[in-house]
Design a protein around this ligand. Structure first.
Ligand code: PLP
Length: 371
């Protein structure tokens, strides 16, 4: 039972870590005793575990999710002059990674119900300069990967999935990250699978392509002092790999707990005036990294919940196309009505695997009183 006065955080990684504390401590000690801290056996073991989990032929651990996207795009030869289509309603890192290659992010609208890339908008945005598509499985909701892969196939485009919020989510019977030429993940601590610091991974099936990703992430080398291309330093370290190896076997159960909490929210908030609840495509299994409702009086509700000790969040209040960093692209006035509406109304309710039924009931009750 939750203490009715105790605060309810948006995410609670501390409770999650407490539940597996002894396993984590043992894994960390093993790395300290083993003496290998960057790359090595532990990293290779996690890479093979995570590839098997995603249903891909391989995995390359990298420094974080932003680098995963950037390096994946570089490995697929995305560069200056290339257009890369993604959704404007996403975390900045998606567009940042595209821009860092020298390519141009082409920002399209999302679907009104699922809040992920609108396949029609995607199709309309293709030009002769389009090179790649970056579908973002935002909030843990998979994009329509049948539609994305069909557009890619029709125009000969490469697909790099941004799965940073969707570890374990499925479209049909396949995990996200396994559809595109490469799939990218972040293991930032608050993600569905999180490290104790920054970490990321690129998954895929083509060994030559994964080898290129590995080289780009490690100074362009295959051998210690022979550098075949200009790369960078973005490697997964052994401590993070050890932590991730402990957590990965729990991921499915944690996602089930998230779906359970989401189901309770959906029941308790159903039919409430002024609230739009997240929808899920019947072909998708959502993993609710975030449970984002839409409310017109968003900012007032956010402030009210804060007074009740409930932390909610806004993902994201300023769409990529309206960010000052992208002013040069000339998108400020782009007509993306769903994205604009979402930025003004989305509200992420507390969501994490340790969220109790009592917490969900308290949040729902507080929303009903405040609206
Ligand atoms: C977290 C996130 C990223 C970036 O991951 P980092 O590990 O923080 O660099 C990219 N895309 C989306 C959608 C994210 O949520």
């Amino acid at each position: 039972m939750t203490d009715p006065a105790s605060p309810i955080p948006l995410v609670d990684v501390r409770a999650l870590h407490e539940s597996i504390r002894s396993e984590l401590d043992a894994a960390i000690s093993q790395v300290i005793d083993g003496g290998g801290f960057v790359g090595g056996k532990t990293v290779a073991a996690f890479e093979s575990d995570f590839a098997a989990y995603c249903g891909t032929g391989g995995c390359v651990g990298v420094g974080n999710g932003t680098d995963a996207l950037y390096i994946a795009l570089l490995a697929l030869d995305v560069g200056p002059g290339d257009e890369v289509i993604t959704a404007s309603h996403t975390f900045i890192a998606t567009a940042e990674a595209i821009a860092k290659t020298g390519g141009r992010p082409v920002l399209v609208d999302v679907q009104d119900d699922t809040m992920v890339m609108d396949p029609d908008a995607l199709s309309d945005a293709v030009t002769p300069r389009t090179k790649a598509i970056v579908p973002v499985h935002l909030y843990g909701q998979p994009c329509d990967m049948d539609a994305v892969m069909a557009v890619a196939g029709q125009h000969g485009l490469v697909v790099v999935e941004d799965g940073a919020q969707a570890h374990g989510a499925t479209w049909g019977d396949q995990k996200v990250g396994s559809f595109g030429h490469l799939g990218c993940f972040s293991f930032f601590p608050g993600k569905n699978l999180g490290a104790l610091g920054d970490a990321g991974a690129v998954v895929g099936d083509d060994p030559a392509l994964l080898q290129k990703v590995r080289m780009l992430a490690n100074h362009g080398r295959k051998e210690k002092y022979l550098h075949e291309m200009i790369g960078t330093n973005s490697r997964l370290d052994s401590l993070q790999a050890a932590v991730l190896r402990v957590k990965l076997p729990h991921l499915d159960a944690w996602n089930v707990a998230r779906r359970h909490a989401a189901q309770r929210y959906l029941e308790l908030l159903a039919g409430l005036d002024g609230v739009r609840l997240p929808a899920c495509d019947p072909k998708a299994q959502h993993v609710y990294h975030l449970f984002a409702i839409r409310v017109s009086a968003r900012d007032a509700l956010l402030a009210g919940l804060k007074e009740d000790g409930i932390s909610a969040g806004v993902h994201y209040p300023v769409p990529v196309h309206a960010q000052p960093a992208f002013a040069d692209l000339g998108y400020a006035d782009a007509d993306l009505p769903v994205t604009a509406e979402a930025a003004a109304t989305v509200l992420s309710l507390p969501m994490h695997p340790m969220l109790s039924d009592g917490d969900v009931e308290r949040v729902a009750a507080a929303i009903k009183v405040r609206l």
